[in-house]
Write a protein that binds this ligand. Structure first.
Ligand code: ATP
Ligand code: MG
Length: 137
């Protein structure tokens, strides 16, 4: 069993498709072990995406991630990290495989509907960034 962090980003929350995205996870053997809707500050977004701080898109990314509510989840299941990434599709929705969340719901390379941890180590860090152990069930 693995745990990974998923975020439904502001574009998808604004489109009222939280349930459609959650269904992709539940229909593919990932359980929602924790879930909350929150609005990040720009500072929160900067801390969360700190690995990208030297990238040219960093400031826009932080503005975007703090522009509206997000839904943060812990997903649990076999190979949860890789499974979630597979269900999400590639960063750029124009290149994402048909049937993936980003191919079906993302607006652009920036407003791309979902985030998913990219390794088990980052999953642990990202889960701890948002949730206390007693909130994960
Ligand atoms: P995420 O970390 O959100 O799950 P990812 O792992 O597919 O996405 P990263 O390379 O980690 O992609 O980029 C983090 C986020 O930064 C992307 O999801 C996207 O919102 C934004 N981003 C990445 N590349 C670009 C770009 N070239 N222009 C604008 N925004 C970008
Ligand atoms: Mg990433």
């Amino acid at each position: 069993m693995e745990r990974t962090l998923s975020i439904i980003k502001p574009d998808a929350v604004a489109k009222n498709i939280i349930g459609k995205i959650v269904d992709r996870f539940e229909s593919n053997n990932l359980r929602i072990a924790a879930m909350k809707k929150i609005k990040l500050t720009k500072e929160d977004a900067g801390k969360f995406y700190e690995v990208h701080k030297e990238r040219p898109f960093f400031n826009d990314l932080c503005e975007y991630m703090s522009s509206g509510a997000v839904v943060v989840m812990v997903l649990e299941g076999n190979n949860a990290v890789a499974k979630n990434r597979e269900l999400m599709g590639t960063t750029n929705p124009k290149e994402a495989a048909p049937g993936t969340i980003r191919a079906d719901f993302a607006e652009s390379i920036e407003a791309n509907a979902v985030h998913g941890s990219d390794s088990l180590e980052n999953a642990r860090k990202e889960i701890a960034f948002f949730f206390a152990e007693r909130e994960i069930l």
